[in-house]
Design a binder for this molecule. Structure first.
Ligand SMILES: [Zn+2]
Length: 502
């Protein structure tokens, strides 16, 4: 279930929840009070669920289309190799087959009509049920169902829009839970649940103002990394609620053990309660990939301590302070250093890659030479100590929300209302590529091309290292037929993104 905070479910303590599917599973099976995703957004987190690997191994760092090509077998491949029929029914274009996440599935379906970008949960469930019903016994099967409704915008269908006045997010969860309960009932009615194992989990949570964050993706706090997790079937029936920490990297090895094989994953099978301190890694590259000269965020939770690697480091005692409100890095420098060292050792060479190249893309050595020949200091490997020279996402929080609102207003032609929001963004981030584009677009739309270009030129004069502004400038130049200048601007962007910090 996409975008689901555990605390909105009855089984995790929400007093007014209407979540019978989750609550019944929790009563019957094993519920993990603390379960953690490895990234607070959809595609990287799903890549972890389906590979049992952290993002620095499967290399999926963003939602936008990229090559997903992990070296090992995916969960679906491992199960297909052992004779299972496999199918995935996903609810959003964000998980379409261009992500590569369809690897190993006999059937991978994300829409039923060409114009669809997302599907409601009841529609996904109907397709999934039809697929299982069409199998011939004694076929065994692996069904992956992804439902997306709780994702923003919160707009529950009737009657769930009235169930929680002012809390449309809860209405979406109630609607989605109801659809999943229909799936369970349908499978039972078809006689397909005998000996079945169910794993119910989310890809990430959702923030509603915690740490000034809304939505998900910007930070690596538990607000968005914590997910609900309940398992039923076999050893998990009657397991009750458990306090040892589970991670989404554990799902592959857990399913593997239940079906009699072992998985090559850093995770552990959840059949056995963990006696020692489970470590859990989380990361987000959202701000680093969206804005210029911003650091990636990586975190490691070890026992009661959670360390966040950022230009201004953070350390929290997640037992005493589950809201991660009191940064103890100055009070507990030894503890902070200890967890930091473990995190850096775990990351190995991943930290040396500049954010823009931290995904599946490798730096082509020939390209580096070409850029050097043109005078760009490209291709440098970054040292871990360079991080303080980048900006901290904490200083840019709130920008995505301001930009969303400004863009919506500008689209409605309400430029007068949009402008103050753009100005607020530029106070926080004077070379914000989206804010600059909004300012320039305003001129281009009025036919004032020179004024539009000068918005870029003034910004780049002051901030020549703003690679994404160069990129925006290049596309506006190209759009207006100034090809050579566009090429040059693009080379500047690529040179800066190639790695060496100014
Ligand atoms: Zn998601």
């Amino acid at each position: 279930m996409d975008t689901l905070r555990p605390d909105r479910l009855g089984c995790y303590g929400h007093p007014n929840a209407r979540t019978p599917f989750w609550d019944r599973l929790a009563r019957r099976g094993t519920q993990f009070r603390t379960a953690l995703a490895s990234a607070p957004f959809t595609v990287p987190s799903h890549a972890t669920i389906l590979t049992g690997e952290y993002p620095f191994r499967h290399r999926v760092r963003r939602n936008e289309t990229q090559r997903f090509d992990p070296p090992g077998a995916t969960l679906a491949e491992a199960l297909a190799d052992r004779g299972r029929r496999t199918a995935a029914f996903v609810a959003s274009v964000v998980l379409d087959e261009s992500t590569g996440l369809d690897r190993g599935f006999d059937h991978y379906e994300w829409r039923t009509r060409p114009e669809q970008l997302e599907r409601p949960a009841d529609d996904v469930v109907r397709s999934a049920l039809r697929w299982v019903e069409a199998l011939t016994p004694p076929d065994s099967w692996f069904l992956f169902v992804h439902v997306y409704d709780p994702h923003d915008p919160y707009d529950p269908p009737r009657p769930w829009d009235r169930a929680y006045p002012g809390e449309a997010y809860d209405g979406e969860i109630a609607f989605t839970d109801h659809a999943l309960d229909d799936l369970r009932r349908g499978l039972e009615a078809a006689g397909r649940m005998e000996g079945a194992m169910i794993v119910a989990v989310a890809d990430h949570g959702e923030a509603f103002g915690e740490h000034e964050e809304t939505g998900h993706g910007f930070f690596v706090y538990d607000t968005t990394l914590r997910v609900p997790l309940v398992l039923t079937g076999g050893a998990f029936d009657g397991g009750g609620a458990r306090d040892d920490v589970a991670r989404t990297i554990d799902l592959f090895p857990t399913i593997a053990e239940a079906f009699g094989f072992s998985a090559d994953s850093p995770g552990r099978s959840l059949q056995h309660p963990d006696e020692k301190e489970t470590e859990s890694y989380g990361e987000t590259f959202y701000a680093a990939l969206t804005y210029d000269r911003v650091a990636e965020l990586r975190s490691l939770r070890a026992g009661r301590w959670k360390y966040v690697h950022a230009p201004r480091e953070e350390l929290y005692d997640v037992v005493a302070d589950p809201g991660e409100t009191k940064n103890l890095v100055a009070e507990e420098p030894v503890k902070a250093a200890e967890v930091r060292d473990r995190l850096l050792a775990m990351l190995d060479d991943d930290l040396a890659r500049p954010a823009g190249l931290a995904g599946t893309e490798e730096i082509d050595p020939k390209r580096v030479e070409e850029l050097r020949a043109l005078g760009y200091a490209a291709g440098g490997r970054r040292a871990a100590t360079d991080l303080p020279r980048l900006r901290d996402p904490k200083d840019l929080v709130g920008i995505p929300d301001l930009l969303d609102r400004a863009e919506a207003l500008a689209e409605d032609g309400r430029w007068g209302d949009a402008r103050p929001l753009v100005d607020r963004v530029l106070v926080k981030d004077p070379y914000n590529p989206k804010a600059i584009r909004l300012l320039a677009r305003r001129h281009f739309m009025r036919g004032e091309a020179e004024e539009g270009f000068s918005v870029y030129e003034h910004t780049l004069e002051r901030y020549p290292e703003a690679a994404k502004v160069w990129r925006g400038y290049a596309s506006e130049l190209r759009r207006r037929g100034r090809r050579e200048e566009a090429e040059e601007a693009l080379r500047r962007a690529e040179g800066l993104e190639g790695g060496t910090l100014p």
